[in-house]
Design a protein around this ligand. Structure first.
Ligand SMILES: Cc1cc2nc3c(=O)[nH]c(=O)nc-3n(C[C@H](O)[C@H](O)[C@H](O)COP(=O)(O)O)c2cc1C
Length: 204
């Protein structure tokens, strides 16, 4: 029997008490419905990114937003590696995240990608709160993206984010992809990442 979206998502919830619901429920599916995201919801998701913290409040993030059926979507999709194209073809929105690493006066901003990451984190949590799903992809041709959008070296490239409505795992064409979709989520233990020195876990 193939799992429904609700059945699958139940297995993906983070089993940690006290987490914000959007964080507990966010995960990165690959099975997307061929269904648009309402303009109001897309705007809310982008607003969530807009209100992230940034060094000096410079807000160095830029989002190239491709809505399916537009040239921007086609341009972003064309940069994806074949593995990602195989599942992201139904994603209603593809977003390429940029960080401005050098401003118009030539000043470097070493926090640009840090700030972009924070903004994307807010974007993904907001999407989860709205019942939408996101999936980041580093698997894209950065040079092709630079060419397609005329991006100078002043822009650092983050990842492409697929945004849309989740479909059941059975909608994925490939059996291997379906198996990955239903696999258990994994994380390193807190003792490996929360430390008081490189070889000493925080006691908590
Ligand atoms: C920067 C970044 C790049 C990623 N690149 C890809 C990718 O190219 N293709 C893909 O299928 N998943 C990609 N992922 C998804 C990760 O594999 C996924 O987030 C990770 O396994 C944790 O799973 P979760 O998001 O469901 O918690 C990427 C995620 C991030 C944050």
């Amino acid at each position: 029997m193939s799992l429904s979206v609700a059945e699958l998502n139940e297995t993906k919830v983070v089993p940690v008490e006290g987490l914000l619901p959007a964080l507990a429920h966010r995960w990165s599916p690959r099975s997307f419905k061929d269904q648009p995201v309402a303009a109001g919801e897309l705007k809310t998701v982008l607003e969530a990114a807009r209100w992230a913290a940034s060094s000096g409040n410079v807000q160095p993030w830029r989002f190239l937003v491709g809505v399916k059926g537009t040239e921007a979507w086609d341009k972003i999709f064309a940069t994806l590696v074949p593995f990602n194209q195989a599942w992201a073809a139904n994603a209603a929105v593809l977003i390429l995240g940029l960080g401005i690493e050098r401003d118009a006066n030539g000043r470097a901003n070493r926090y640009a990608l840090y700030d972009l990451g924070q903004a994307v984190s807010q974007l993904t949590a907001q999407a989860a709160a709205l019942g939408l799903v996101t999936h980041s992809m580093g698997g894209f041709d950065a040079d092709a993206a630079r060419k397609a959008f005329g991006l100078s070296e002043d822009y650092g490239l983050g990842a492409v984010i697929a945004l849309g409505h989740q479909a059941a795992p059975g909608a994925l064409a490939d059996a291997q992809m379906q198996a990955r979709e239903v696999a258990a989520r994994e994380r390193k233990p807190l003792s490996e990442i929360a430390l008081t020195a490189l070889d000493t876990p925080l006691e908590i």
